[in-house]
Design a protein. Structure first.
Ligand code: CP
Ligand code: NVA
Length: 293
């Protein structure tokens, strides 16, 4: 595996499959000494529950330790000191750095000069750690990672892009249904404003917030624009009868998804959340087994 994990495309198909195998073994909360004497850093410019908790718990269960920095400690990236100076300095203390940022460009700048592995814990472009947990969940529920259709309803955001790129790598069908102005800026990705067409024969129906962190100024405008793409009981009926419902969380109940759907029988959202932990551990195991060879 490469030094950094900034995009889901940093892993090949075989590497994703291998990582999910390792993750499956970590489902039982295995405690190990893999990261003994390794001290890692989490640097988060934005709030987080699942990503922060799963990395912190995962590092501890692998015998390592960590320091957490929020923007309160170090300022937003580039604010208190240059991104490069921060990355070089942090590399002197930590064995790896898990970074959640507003700007993917800053993340790339950071990783380019860091001498230790850098993991994308969410940027405005991608959320690859989330999507690894989603793939584990899909494999557990559908029994396969190719030959199914995933319909993503809503915003062409970071989660949508990582899913679309994963679909290309693994060979499943991805389609996004949402307002044209909020489609992903990639011609090769299937996108439509026709929610019915997107949902037809869908085995997985995925949605995420209409207003990602950083887009808050547009919240009122987006609410109106995205309402036709809400995942509710009526829209869900247009997918396959046994389709699974996914959401990376946090959910905005009554907006992108209704209570009856997120709490319904088809929902696997808490399985996704649970799978963040074994996947984060598998990612660290993979990164560190390479680093220590
Ligand atoms: N899904 C996810 O990344 O959640 P957090 O923002 O709480 O980490
Ligand atoms: N698209 C969301 C994901 C949150 C986990 C955001 O970036 O805010």
């Amino acid at each position: 595996m490469q030094k950094n994990f900034l995009s889901i495309t940093d892993l090949s198909k075989d590497e994703i499959l291998e990582l999910l195998e390792v993750a499956a073994t970590q489902r039982l909360r295995v405690i190990s000494e893999m990261l003994r004497h390794q001290h890692l850093a989490l640097y988060f410019e934005k709030p987080s529950l699942r990503t922060k908790a799963s990395f912190e718990t995962g590092i501890s269960e692998l015998g390592g330790s960590f320091s957490y920095f929020s923007a309160v400690d170090t300022g937003q990236l580039g604010e208190r000191e240059s991104v490069e100076d921060l990355a070089k300095t942090m590399s002197e203390y930590f064995a790896a750095i898990v970074v959640r940022v507003y700007s993917h460009a800053n993340l790339e700048k950071f990783a380019a000069v860091a001498s230790v592995p850098v993991i994308n814990a969410l940027s405005d472009r991608e959320h690859p750690c989330q999507v690894l947990a989603d793939l584990l969940t899909i494999r557990e529920k559908l029994g396969r990672l190719e030959g199914f259709k995933l319909a993503f309803l809503g915003d062409g955001n970071n989660v949508a892009l990582s899913l679309a790129l994963a679909a290309e790598i693994l060979g499943f069908e991805f389609i996004l249904a949402g307002p044209k102005d909020h489609h992903l800026k990639y011609d090769q990705i299937k996108q439509t404003e026709d929610i019915d067409a997107a949902l037809q024969n869908a085995d997985v129906v995925y949605t995420d917030t209409w207003t990602s962190m950083g887009d808050e100024a547009e919240e009122a405008k987006r609410k109106k624009l995205f309402l036709p793409f809400q995942l509710n009981a009526e829209t869900l009926k247009k997918a396959e009868a046994n389709a699974i419902v996914m959401h990376c969380l946090p959910a905005h109940r009554g907006k992108e998804i209704t209570d009856e759907v997120i709490d319904g029988e088809q929902s696997v959202v808490f399985q996704q959340a649970a799978n963040r932990l074994p996947v984060q551990k598998a990612l660290l195991i993979k990164l560190f087994s390479k680093a220590t060879v």
